[in-house]
Design a protein around this ligand. Sequence first.
Ligand code: 13P
Length: 251
Amino acid sequence: MTRIPLVAGNWKMNGRRAMAAQLAAEVAAGAPAGVEVLLCPPLVYLDTVAAAAKGSPVCFAGQNVAATSDGAFTGEVSAEMLVDAGCQYVLVGHSERRTLFAEDNAQVADKFCRALEAGLRPVLCIGETLAEREAGRTEQVVNAQLEAVFSRITAAQLVGAVIAYEPVWAIGTGMTASPDQAQAVHAHIRARLSGAFGAELAESLRLLYGGSVKADNAASLFAGADIDGGLIGGASLDAETFLAICQAATA
Ligand code: 13P
């Protein structure tokens, strides 16, 4: 099964309108063929980014989504609003949401299901902390994060979804997982998918690696048989660097 690689730039809470427009235009102009390119800008700049990338195949995602439908939820943004604003995808369960905003597995599963209901493709972010890895609990943690979602959905609903493995200790630290460490967890995730939903679906889904991916380590990470691209933080804020990472995913 050939999976089209996916490289997503998670801008997090960075930039201003002019920077967002310029970065999106440069990414749109330089996006290589053979890889799906996804931008996750701050929500207030989504229209600007979409306008700057108009006519290009670049896709867009929210960085977060409300766990509920529209209503009296001050400060939240619904899945339907993200669709309305031009998003095809949404990140759910990013480790910064889990750690800094106390999102637990159940809330993440709620958000995942809401995204599906609205027709968005969720990008489920999972990963262990350094303490969990050192305690030999990586698979256990990842299993619980997956199971919270798997127990709520069918195989048919999972078509088109994406899973991003982002070890918390590698995010923004410059401490990238080695290609072998990343591939081992990705193979484990695919095996869990296969066990829960069958080999065909498991083979069709894209698994991204995230955590200090840079232009000089992307190719070796993406060479992993079960690594289908990346979720890029800091390095996605520079067009040349991000495009080099996108290029590495096409190889
Ligand atoms: P960095 O690439 O800055 O480590 O961030 C990874 C990440 O959290 C992407 O969602």
